[in-house]
Each structure stands twice: as C-alpha cells, then as structure tokens.
Ligand binder design. Structure first.
Ligand SMILES: NC(=O)c1ccc[n+]([C@@H]2O[C@H](COP(=O)([O-])OP(=O)(O)OC[C@H]3O[C@@H](n4cnc5c(N)ncnc54)[C@H](OP(=O)(O)O)[C@@H]3O)[C@@H](O)[C@H]2O)c1
Length: 372
C-alpha cells in the first residue's frame, strides 16, 4: 500500500502540520503525481489566514497548495496523454469550489490532478523550475483567453501578430510574468510595469516597454506610450492597479476591458491570531469606496471590468488551450520560460509553513519553492 504524507491545515487559521494522509487513486480523467517540487502562492497564506471568509466552502482538516511538479504514478482509465514515470507540472485545484478536495491539494507527497490541468515537461527542466508556473499561468490564461474576460487570440509557438497592445500592470508578479509571455505568444505587444530592478527581467519575458509603477508620472507615461497604438485591454495586478488601469484604458483607443486579478482588500496586514471579522470590517469602508468609485468610473467611461478566478479554466476550453495545446510544445521549444525564478527554501513538507510566511512578507520576481 502506498503511504502518503501532507502538510495539513487542521482547522481555520492553524499553522500547517505534517502528518500521514490517505493515498487517493485517480478517477477516470485524473492522474496521481508524486510531487518533487511545490511552489507557494499568495492564495495559500490568504486561505490560511482568512479561508473562512474567502473560500467558505473549505472543510477542515484540508490540504492547501496549487503548484506542483513531479512524476506521474497512476493514471485514470480515460487518460491517454500520460503514463506512469512521466515528468509533469500541474495546477492542483483542490480548493476550487467545484472540486473541494484535500486529495487535490499540492502540499502532500501524492496529489490527484485533473488530466487537462497537467503538462509534460522537458527532460532538461528541473522540477524546481517547472513548479513555478501553474497558478500564475492559469490565472493569466483565464484573464487573457476566457470569452468573458479579455478574449484574446490564442497562444502558439508560431504567433500570428495582431498589431494590438496589452497593458499588464504588475509584470514582475507571477501572474504578470505568465501574462506577458502568453500575450506575446498570442501575437500581442505588451506594455507593463515593474520596479526598476526588474525592468530587464520583464523585457526578457517579451514586454516591449516597462514603467515604474511607483513613479508619480506613470499613468501619463503609459498613456503616452499607447499613443498611436490600439489596446487589447488591460490585466490589473497588484494594489492600486485597477485605479491606474481605469485611467489608462479610458485614454486609449481599442478594447475597453480590464481583467482584475487582485482583490481590493489587503490580506497581508491581517493577523492570523486576532479577530478576523473585525479586521475585515475595518477595511470595509475602503472596500465600499473602491467598489463605488470603480463602478462609477467604469460605467461613465464605457469600460467593462471583471474579476478573474485562477481555477475557472478547469470548466472551460482555456485549460486545453494552455495545458494541452500550447505549454508542452512551448516548453520543449524553449519558447516559454519558467518564470519567476525559483527560490528553493528547503527540502520536505515541514518547510511549507516557512514558505507561506516568507511569501506573505513579500517577494520580488521570485517564487518560493519547496523540494520534496
Ligand atoms: N484572482 C485570482 O484567481 C488570483 C490568482 C493568483 C494571484 N492573484 C493575485 O494576483 C496578485 C499577484 O499574485 P502573484 O502570485 O503573481 O504575486 P507575487 O509574485 O507574489 O508578486 C510579487 C511582485 O509583486 C509586485 N508588486 C508589489 N506591489 C505591487 C503593486 N502595487 N503593483 C504592481 N506590482 C506590485 C512586485 O514587483 P517589483 O518587485 O517589481 O516591485 C513583486 O515582484 C496578488 O494580489 C494575488 O493575490 C489572484
């Protein structure tokens, strides 16, 4: 019998605890992956500190985690794309409301993964690099390609140029790094923002122009950069991104659509051990002011906006577009980089809690990885 171990969250807001977990065999359209590397996302510490507010469907004890890379150990009876022993990366979607399953969390040795949310990885790609991609990639893909989001042309290893320019506000984030690369692969020019020390980084990913989001003139500078161009819309990532994108897209010619990745409440400042509802309540006036101002500005300016949900692609064609049709070829051809760079903080599930705390305190163009 296969033995499994997981970094469990036993109850809401608890620290993770490494303990035995059941091994769950795959259903017809699933695979089981033995994880060799897992990555940490803001979602993980947000769920740890405010899971009952954000993803109220989660029942504890639970296993969090979205990003993994490892070897396939078992495949469901309808799976033809993978075999045991194959090296893969995958987006584990256990915390999505349609799945809501601890067996599908990444923070364990063996994770059950939906077949269409996994991609083979090239032999030369370390597991620690491959694991940086999944949630950032999925979220960027939902924003760019879902029909009720930016609905861009699909990515390809031989992109067909569109002559349209996408604004990615927050290009050095994980989501932004993937969005830049996906948009370029879909034939769009990309204008982005980052801190100056990450300018070369986002250019390497394919951005044509980059601006410092902390500069006082950033909005006018970007509006000037769009002069003579047709916009494909914007992806707003990071605090203050939505407000800035509303001003920029208003001044540009083209698609008046903004896809919003960042929730307008700061979870970073919320303390795990004090009254969560009170802390949330304190942010309520800011949240209400944000929603009213955003609704007014977008309506008056004829701009459509929509919040993105990074695992919604499990139920639409975007998962196939990305994980089946594009990524395996693009990784093999060296046309999609595993970005941001992995920062391995240790080996073993007991390092996951430190990874969550480190991610919460902030990273810059890097992804915290735990090797297994
Ligand atoms: N809706 C969803 O389903 C979904 C899914 C995934 C992530 N998200 C959200 O998307 C955001 C990014 O997540 P991530 O994992 O990609 O983040 P991340 O990699 O942890 O982000 C780190 C980067 O954020 C940049 N940054 C910090 N403040 C910023 C600001 N005000 N504007 C623009 N960039 C800023 C920093 O850039 P510099 O170092 O260059 O300054 C840094 O490189 C988070 O708010 C996260 O909660 C949403």
């Amino acid at each position: 019998m296969t033995t499994n171990t997981a970094a469990w969250i036993s109850t809401k807001r608890a620290n993770l605890d490494v303990k035995p977990a059941p091994y769950t065999p795959p259903k017809d359209n699933e695979i089981v992956v033995k994880n060799r590397a897992i990555a940490i996302n803001p979602l993980d510490w947000i769920l740890q500190s405010a899971g009952e507010l954000v993803f109220s469907w989660i029942k504890y004890p639970f296993i969090l985690g979205s990003d993994l890379a490892g070897e396939v150990v078992e495949v469901g009876k309808n799976v033809t794309r993978f075999q045991p022993g194959q090296r893969v990366l995958a987006h584990a979607v256990g915390s999505d409301p349609k799945r809501n399953s601890a067996a599908e969390g990444a923070f364990q040795t063996y994770t059950v993964v939906l077949e269409h949310m996994a991609s083979p990885i090239p032999d030369h790609m370390p597991y620690e690099s491959a694991a940086v991609l999944p949630l950032g990639l999925s979220t960027a893909a939902c924003s760019l390609f879902e029909k009720d989001q930016l609905a861009l042309q699909h990515p390809s290893v031989t992109p067909k140029r569109t002559r349209k320019t996408l604004l990615v506000w927050g290009g050095s984030t994980s989501v932004g790094s993937n969005a830049i690369q996906l948009a370029v692969a879909a034939g769009y020019e990309v204008i982005t923002t980052a801190s100056p020390h990450n300018f070369d980084y986002v250019r390497k990913l394919g951005a044509s122009q980059v601006f410092d989001y902390k500069s006082k003139t950033v909005i006018t500078d970007i509006i000037n950069a769009f002069n003579g161009k047709t916009t494909a819309g914007a992806l707003a990532i990071g605090a203050g991104s939505m407000e800035a994108c509303l001003d920029i897209i208003h001044a540009c010619k083209g698609n008046k659509f903004i896809s919003m990745a960042t929730f307008p409440v700061s979870f970073q400042k919320m303390k795990k051990d004090s009254n969560l509802r009170l802390q949330f309540f304190r942010q309520l006036p800011k949240l209400i002011a944000f929603v009213i101002s955003m609704l007014l500005k977008s309506r008056l300016r004829g701009i459509r906006t929509k919040a993105v949900f990074g695992s919604s692609l499990i139920a639409n064609e975007v998962s196939k577009i990305v994980y089946v049709d594009f990524l395996p070829q693009a990784l093999a051809a060296g046309k999609f980089l595993a970005a941001p760079a992995p920062y391995v903080i240790g080996k073993g599930l007991e390092h996951v809690q430190a990874g969550l705390d480190m991610q919460r305190s902030g990273v810059s163009a890097s992804k915290i990885i735990i090797a297994l």
